[in-house]
Structure formats: C-alpha cells, structure tokens
Design a protein around this ligand. Structure first.
Ligand code: TRP
Length: 466
C-alpha cells in the first residue's frame, strides 16, 4: 500500500523550508570572508549577477523536476528521463551525505559557543588564550559529542516529517533568524566602522578583483542557494501542483541574498570598527565567526552581553535549517527508492552520515592521520582534492568544487536540452512560450552550462573555490 505523499501546507511553508535550507553557514561565514578576500564591491555585484542569472534558473529547474515528478532525487530523474538520468540523483544524495557529514561538525561548534557566551554574559568575559579554540578542535570527545547532539536534533525533526517536522521547525526558526539578523545589523550600524564597511561592500572597483573572483562567485551561488544536489528537487516534490515555481524560487533567492549582504554589513562594520584587527585578520578560517566575533561582542559592542549568546542561536538556527534539507535529500531517496518508512530511512541515513562525521570531527587535530591526510602528491586524486589537508577540508573541497557544479550542470542539461519544451510549458501551465520562459530556457541551455563548464575546467586546473 502506498501512502499519500506528504506536502507542505502552503506556499509559505515551502518558502520557509527552502530559504531555511539556503540561509546557512554559507551566508554567515563563507560569503563575508570571500567578499573580504576579493576586496568587496565588484565581487558582490558579480555574485548578485550569478545568483540572478544562474542561481534562479537552476533553482526553478530543480523545483520543476520535483514538483512535476512528485518524487525526490534518483526516482524523480528516472520517472521524467529514464534510468540513465537517475545517476544524477545518486550523485546528489552522495554529495548531500558528504556535505552533511562535515557541516554537522561546524554546526556543533555553535552549541558550544552559545553556552560559552551564556557563561560569559553572566560571570564576565575572560579572554581565552590564543590556543583555546585549537585545543577545542583537537578535543575528540567534545567534537564527537557536539556533532552527535546536532545530528540527533536534525534527525528528530526530519523523522517528524515534512509538514510536522521540517515545515513547522523552519516556520519558527526563519522569523527568529530574520529578527536576530536585523538586531545584529542595527547594533552594528551604530559603530564607527559603518561607513568604511559600506564603501567596501558597495563600491565597484573591478581593478582590484582577481579573475578567479568571477568563478568563485558562481561556486558560492551554488553553495549558498543549496543547488546542485537535489535539495530543491526534494522540497519541490512536496509542493502542491498549484504552488507557483517562479515566485517561490524568487523569494528564496532574494531572502538568501539579503541574508548574505546583511551578514556582510554586520561583520565588516564590527571588524572595521576595531582598527588594530584589520591588519591581522585571518578571515580564511572559521575563526572570524567563532573567535573574533565573540571577543568583539564583549569588548567593543554596545549590548554585547545580550547579543553574544543570541548570535550563536542565529548561527545554530541557520545551520539547522540547512542540515534539515541535506538530511531530507538522503532520507527521501531511501523512502522513494526503497519504499522504506520514514523512521527506518532516517535511522539508516543518520547512522551512515554520523559515521562520516566522526572522521571529519577527528580531522581537526584529534587524530594525526585524519588531520594530516592529503593527496597533494597523488596523481589523479590531486585534481579532485587540490592541496587540501585533513578530512573536513578534503570533503568540503570535493563537494563544493566538484559535486555541486557537476550536479548543477546535469540539471541544466536535463531540463534545458533533454526535456521537451512543450512538456515544460504544459507542466508549468503555460499556453505558449513567454519572454520569461525563453529567458529561463536560454539560461539553462547556454549561459549556465557555459559558466559551469568554465568553472569545472578551472577547478581541474587547480583553482580552489571552497
Ligand atoms: N545553503 C546552505 C548554506 O549556505 C548549505 C546547504 C544546505 C547546501 N543544503 C544544501 C548546499 C544543498 C548545497 C546543496 O550554508
């Protein structure tokens, strides 16, 4: 007996879940830091163009696949395109599992920082010595327990189902996220670094932009908008036929982009308000989020006592609403492909992914072999892993630089070239081709694949986008 497919209660439910997926560590940490590295302005504009011209069309394509097939991942591709396209779904589930396994580790840090800040807020801030965070990363027990805690919360919500779990949780978390972000930005804007931050983020200085910045923007758009591995196929499959694709996708792109810009404004302002910090800021590490910011909250910011713990609630919620979508990709594949009950699918996928997480969690100093692992001198593998060291970095590089772009390319070819345009029109409920439809198809057929192919080639030649 087949059970009726679950669905989101409303268009708003889809938007909460999908924008929850999109808004995550990619916005809070990755975007500010690569914007910083690319000297701001011009990079931001290129990112906006990438999100609009590639991100939006590919998001619509993924949602289209899910909403039309009413299935997720591999079974969806199989239903619409036959067996050979289902590989794209398996690739996506693999990528989802990989990202999840290391994302969970970083997400776990937010729990620790929250309690640390809570403690500081009540008993007074004591500046930790410079080794403190490194010691914490190398503490295997702490890493594994925090990762496990986050994994269990994530699994429990997914187990509750699409409507009662994911939709309900994201409908609570997203408004909180928006309020906390506005509060953070509002407070940051009272600080002296404001003007410098704005001129850095919004001045258009193409001379300072490195050529790789263009491609980095494309890679970041994929990661930040949760594209390339079927997360939006899964969420699209729970949409009602009557829910619109264009406006839902547009909402997600707009919200995600606003979040990225706001977190840039907040972080740049806070950092630029402390002159001595600017010179030796190692933006390239997660340090900015977990070490530099807490210190500034307590020492430089008005109302920091309250803001600091709240900020890590923001980080944890942003991360959790993202891990829900990654987990759902793997879970829904097992449900749709194997016909398993949700509970069994969650149990099996969680066990697998947590096993992967253990390797990532121990690769930050806890275990020498895992922390030092690299393929710099291994032919062939070097192409896939570049000069990354340690399991967590290796997995991030593999997923962000290879699996997402390849998956995204597959989606553009599948919807742009393989599916017939009459079929697309019919399923979209359009009588004839409109300008918007033509633009969409043009982006899927030409613009997006060309950009992605350039991206893949340059990654193969050794450029790192993670
Ligand atoms: N978009 C999330 C972020 O910015 C990460 C994420 C969640 C993701 N689901 C995804 C990335 C699916 C790629 C594919 O942090």
């Amino acid at each position: 007996m087949t059970m009726p497919r679950e669905s989101f209660g409303s268009k708003l439910g889809f938007i909460a879940a999908a924008s929850g997926s999109a808004v995550g560590l990619g916005n809070l940490w990755k975007f500010p830091y690569i914007t910083w590295e690319n000297n701001g302005g011009a990079f931001v504009l290129v990112y906006l163009a990438a999100a609009l011209m590639l991100g939006l069309p590919i998001m619509m394509a993924e949602i289209f696949i899910g909403r039309t097939a009413k299935l997720s991942g591999a079974p969806a591709y199989k239903k619409l395109g036959g067996n050979k396209w289902s590989k794209l779904g398996y690739l996506g589930a693999a990528a989802g599992g990989i990202i999840l396994s290391y994302y969970m580790v970083i997400a776990g840090w937010s729990i620790r920082s929250f309690f640390q800040c809570l403690n500081w807020s009540f008993t007074g801030y004591v500046q930790p010595d410079s080794k403190e965070f490194g010691d914490f990363l190398a503490d295997s027990r702490a890493q594994i327990l925090l990762t496990l805690a986050f994994t269990l919360v994530n699994a429990f919500i997914i187990f509750l189902g699409v409507g009662k779990g994911i939709e309900k949780a994201t409908k609570i978390m997203m408004p909180v996220l928006v309020l906390l972000m506005l509060y953070l930005v509002g407070t940051a804007l009272t600080m002296p670094g404001r003007d410098e931050a704005f001129s850095m983020i919004f001045s258009l200085d193409f001379k300072n932009m490195k050529p790789e910045g263009y491609l980095e923007a494309v890679g970041q758009a994929f990661f930040s908008l949760s594209l390339g591995l079927g997360a939006m196929v899964a969420y699209g499959s729970y949409m009602k036929k009557s829910d619109p694709i264009i406006s839902s996708a547009a909402w997600v792109v707009v919200l995600d982009t606003l979040f990225a810009l706001l977190s840039c404004v907040a972080m740049f302002t806070i950092i630029l308000s402390v002159p001595e910090l600017k010179e030796h800021l190692s933006g390239g590490t997660v340090g900015m989020l977990f070490i530099t910011l807490p210190e500034l909250f307590y020492t430089k910011m008005p109302g920091g006592l309250i803001l600091a713990p709240l900020f890590f609630v923001l980080v944890a919620f942003a991360a959790l609403s993202s891990t829900l979508s990654l987990g759902e990709v793997v879970t829904s594949l097992l449900i749709d492909r194997k016909g398993w009950k949700r509970s069994k699918a969650v149990m099996v996928s969680t066990t697998f992914i947590f096993t992967g997480s253990i390797f990532a969690a121990l690769s930050l100093g806890g275990n020498q072999f895992l922390s030092k692992l690299n393929f710099e001198n291994t032919p062939v593998l070097k192409i896939f892993f570049h000069n990354k060291t340690g399991v967590l970095s290796l997995l991030d590089h593999l997923a962000a630089n290879w699996l997402l772009p390849v998956g995204g390319l597959g989606v553009t070819i599948f919807v742009g070239w393989f599916l017939h345009s009459d079929f697309l029109l019919d399923k979209l409920g359009l009588k004839k081709s409109t300008i918007g439809f033509k633009l969409w198809l043009w982006s899927l057929r030409v613009l997006a694949p060309a950009a992605i192919i350039i991206l893949i080639i340059s990654v193969a030649l050794g450029k790192d986008f993670s």
